[in-house]
Design a binder for this molecule. Structure first.
Ligand code: HEC
Ligand code: HEC
Length: 457
């Protein structure tokens, strides 16, 4: 029989053991959860960089774009696309995908950058950011697909211009999407959708220019803004309807996305993967059934897309988490004047003379909540707003502005410099700012960013 003392000691020991076990389990569970989150981010990164969602059936299968890339030499059409041409239209090369001997040869100028065969070699190495080649057994290109990274990544140019480490989330403002698509031997999918001939499709694609893409063209068929107006002044006629590629970083906490607030990040990811990239998935948005606003989308049933196998929906959670994990990078030291920026911050604040923070609320720099404004409020024409369900413009989050200063500002890049933006507000809201105050505000805008300075991995 157990005496009472031994019984008590055993009770204490087993209690302690239970506590220790509970602690160990709690630690393990926390670690497992952290690992799950880390896995989700890693999975999302892989999708963002390399997943085509099956869109090669469109870019290769239908447009035959791969045939223009490899050229006659490899059984395609035309001269082919050399690395020099690819870099000139803004495509980027991931240096980390290049074997060391090839890096050496490149440095020594021993690689012929005018030879399309080199482009094929780069595609085989998975080194062209945002583009995947699918190869035949004989080494020729059988098809190709595109990824999110095509438009929303660039490289840090650490090796050479256009060649470096990946910077995910950065807008590729060098990329001439229209010029690339215009190379396609077969543009009939666009001709049929838009009801125009090949020459017209090509003219529209070439009107976009670098850093821009028109996501609404295949919904409403409107290629040009008849009259661009800022503060009552006509600043252009028949301006391309394409918008600037925005960054895909710094979006955590932001409610509505895209220039005109189409929806949340996962909404837009599904939209783009299905409707723009032509991946194979399911997509629902009855707003696209509005034939008056979106005649092409309504006629083609874009509001209810089904594919027998859905290659997109299962990827949305990880893709979402990865995008939210991308912070807006901090500007490099010396890229702005800190004292002027501090004065600019005071002007920007909600109680400051410029009162920018009434809409661009720090630290999101957009409104927490409903972040849309009417064209009239913004002092600009309604062309692009009218191409979206809410007929509004979204308060652009300003973090990391310094990474996308080429191509201009506002959705269509109508303001060439930050000073032009500030001048627009000065007139619109009768702020009465002095030149020195405007300059301070610009320095503050250049200073915005919260993540690490460099974003490669
Ligand atoms: C061909 C270029 C291109 C590709 C490929 C592309 N995007 Fe975009 N993305 C754009 C453009 C242009 C816009 C702005 C659209 C608008 O406002 O109408 C945009 C907007 C966005 C936004 C909103 C950003 C903000 O400012 O709130 C997100 C998020 C986004 N894209 C994510 C993705 C993801 C994820 C993929 C891949 C599934 C992808 N994009 C593929 C060009 C592209
Ligand atoms: C009434 C709300 C509102 C106020 C006030 C406001 N903004 Fe904006 N801001 C917006 C909206 C909406 C956009 C997007 C316009 C577009 O895309 O055409 C924008 C865009 C911008 C952009 C361009 C971002 C880009 O990526 O191109 C900058 C820079 C900017 N604002 C700075 C400021 C500054 C500086 C002030 C104060 C002088 C200010 N804003 C005041 C709503 C506002």
């Amino acid at each position: 029989m157990l005496n009472q003392k031994t019984f008590h000691i055993r009770l204490i020991y087993s209690g302690a053991l239970l506590l220790i076990l509970a602690f160990v389990f709690a630690v393990l569970a926390t670690q497992a959860k952290a690992k799950q989150t880390a896995n989700l981010i890693a999975e999302g990164k892989q999708i963002f960089r390399f997943d085509t969602f099956g869109d090669e059936d469109f870019w290769g299968g239908q447009l035959q774009l791969h045939q223009a890339i490899q050229g006659e030499q490899f059984g395609g059409v035309g001269p082919g696309v050399s690395p020099a041409t690819a870099l000139a239209v803004g495509l980027k090369v991931d240096v980390e995908a290049l074997p060391k001997p090839l890096q050496r040869q490149l440095k020594q100028g021993k690689v012929d950058l005018n030879d399309p065969a080199v482009t094929l070699a780069l595609l085989k190495l998975n080194a062209v950011v945002g583009v995947t080649g699918f190869f035949n057994d004989d080494g020729s290109l059988g098809s190709m697909g595109i990824q999110c990274a095509l438009c929303h990544s660039t490289v840090d140019d650490s090796f050479a211009p256009g060649i470096g480490r990946r910077l995910d989330g950065w807008a590729n403002r060098d990329l001439n999407v229209g010029a690339i698509v215009a190379l396609s031997p077969d543009l009939s999918p666009f001709e049929e959708l838009l009801g125009v001939d090949r020459d017209t499709v090509i003219a529209v694609l070439n009107s976009w220019g670098p850093g821009k893409f028109d996501a609404e063209l295949v919904l409403d068929g409107k290629a040009f803004n008849p009259q661009q107006v800022s503060n009552g002044v006509v600043t252009g006629t028949n301006v391309s309807g394409a918008t600037l590629i925005p960054p895909a970083f710094g979006l955590a906490g932001v409610n509505l996305h895209t220039w005109t607030g189409w929806g949340s990040v996962p909404y837009w990811n599904a939209f783009v993967a299905n409707i723009e990239m032509h991946g194979k998935g399911n997509f629902y948005d009855p707003r696209l059934d509005n034939a008056a606003q979106f005649p092409i989308a309504a006629a083609n049933g874009f509001g209810d897309i089904r594919n027998p196998v859905d290659l997109i929906t299962p990827k949305l959670p990880a893709l979402h988490v990865y995008q939210l994990s991308l912070l807006a990078p901090r500007p490099p030291d010396g890229s702005f004047d800190p004292e002027a920026a501090a004065r600019g911050q005071a002007l920007f604040a909600a109680d400051g003379k410029a009162n920018c923070a009434s809409c661009h609320v720090p630290p999101l720099f957009t409104e927490p909540g409903w972040n849309l404004h009417s064209p009239t409020e913004m002092g600009i024409d309604s062309f692009q707003a009218d191409r979206s369900p809410d007929l509004m413009y979204r308060t652009a989050p300003l973090m990391g502005l310094w990474t996308h200063t080429t191509g201009g500002f506002y959705h269509d890049g109508r303001f060439a410099t930050l000073l032009d933006v500030v001048n627009h507000y000065d007139t619109l809201f009768s702020l009465g700012m002095t030149d020195a105050e405007k300059a301070d505000l610009v320095e503050y805008l250049k200073s915005l960013g919260d993540g690490p300075g460099k974003m490669s991995d």
